[in-house]
Design a protein around this ligand. Sequence first.
Ligand code: CO
Length: 134
Amino acid sequence: MIGRLNHVAIAVPDLAAAAQTYRAMLGAEVSEPLDQPEHGVRVVFVNLPNTKIELLQPLGDDSPIANFLKRHPAGGIHHVCYEVADIIAARDHLKARGARILGDGEPKIGAHGKPVLFLHPKDFNGTLIELEQV
Ligand code: CO
């Protein structure tokens, strides 16, 4: 069911510093910051030849990233995103097998303008999984 790795998201306490680290130390191409208030994040995209890295900084007071950074003050891997062809079919397949979908279970429009869902980390080895329909 899952296809390509779309991105790995890393929560960071200082987005400008993290972007500079990827540019200057790792020689990566990094996008300009983008605010996503509906997800409570400010994000930059690091474009790699085979996938993307998203660097996430909290945006707003009730950002889900803020709690993560309390537990991981230096930052850390927040989620991985796998591509699916049909997000509703993927959701129904997972729900039928007992997986928990976060939120109200309906896809939201994600960082790339495509429908996304998040799966409960306790069902997937402690890893928050995002599914994105491509
Ligand atoms: Co993501």
